[in-house]
Design a protein around this ligand. Structure first.
Ligand code: DER
Length: 224
């Protein structure tokens, strides 16, 4: 069994929490890919749900899989958002943003009654921070914003893709900030959000309600 199969198992298991009539926030990333495939099958079997995607990529996957999409102009609150993560600690605090979609992901997570996270077991950590924390910043003055983040102990690296500066779906830059370990995610999140120029961070603090972990010896469900 490889990591991809563990992601698939977690993604498919999350369908258990989907019911007809639900409005679902669709996360981003390779684990969510399997959720989208499972939702496509759910629709083929006559299921009735609609999704709001957290990235252009998720939007494309959903369209290919036949998952009906809607928008916040029609939906005030989502019933459930299902998304991946880069790190999950024992308090269900998360680092997200490895795929660059963290801003819209946090919006659909915050707009949902319940946030379910789907991961393979490599994402479980004792303490957040080994994974560089993605921080979305406005391109204007990003160097000054990066200096302020450095003062908090992070080593910001401007994300590049194919040699060019990476742009999020919102047209912003992403700084991957190596804090090595994050003792108090809530404090760091508020410190970062207070830096002018920081648009959003990949710290999802006190947001996840349930985490489904694909493990070699089966599925584990962790609840708050
Ligand atoms: O970018 C994100 O937040 C994704 O959800 C990411 O954290 C998980 O991506 P993966 O499922 O491809 O590992």
């Amino acid at each position: 069994i490889n990591q991809e199969e563990l992601k698939k198992a977690a993604g498919e298991a999350s369908i258990k929490y989907v019911e007809d009539g639900m409005k679902i926030g669709l996360g981003s990333g390779s684990t969510v890919y399997w959720l989208i495939q499972a939702l496509g099958q759910y629709i083929k079997d006559g299921g009735k749900i609609e999704g709001i995607p957290s990235s252009e990529q998720t939007q494309r996957w959903a369209a290919e899989a036949g998952v009906p999409l809607t928008t916040f102009s029609k939906v005030e609150q989502l019933d459930v958002t299902i998304d991946g993560a880069d790190e999950v600690d024992k308090n269900l605090q998360l680092i997200k943003g490895g795929g660059g979609a963290l801003f819209r992901e946090k919006i659909i997570a915050a707009a949902a009654k319940t946030l379910i996270i789907i991961v393979d077991e490599t994402k479980k950590v004792k303490q957040l921070g080994r994974f560089p924390l993605p921080v979305e910043v406005l391109p204007f003055g990003w160097e000054v914003t990066a200096n302020r983040i450095s003062k908090l102990g992070g080593k910001p690296e401007l994300r590049k893709k194919d040699g060019d500066i990476y742009r999020s779906d919102n047209g912003n830059y992403i700084l991957d900030c190596s804090f090595s370990y994050i003792a108090d995610p809530a404090i760091l999140e508020s410190q970062l959000k207070n830096i002018v120029g920081v648009v959003e961070t990949g710290l999802f603090v006190n947001m996840a309600d349930k985490v489904i972990v694909g493990k070699l010896d089966g599925l584990e469900v962790i609840e708050k």
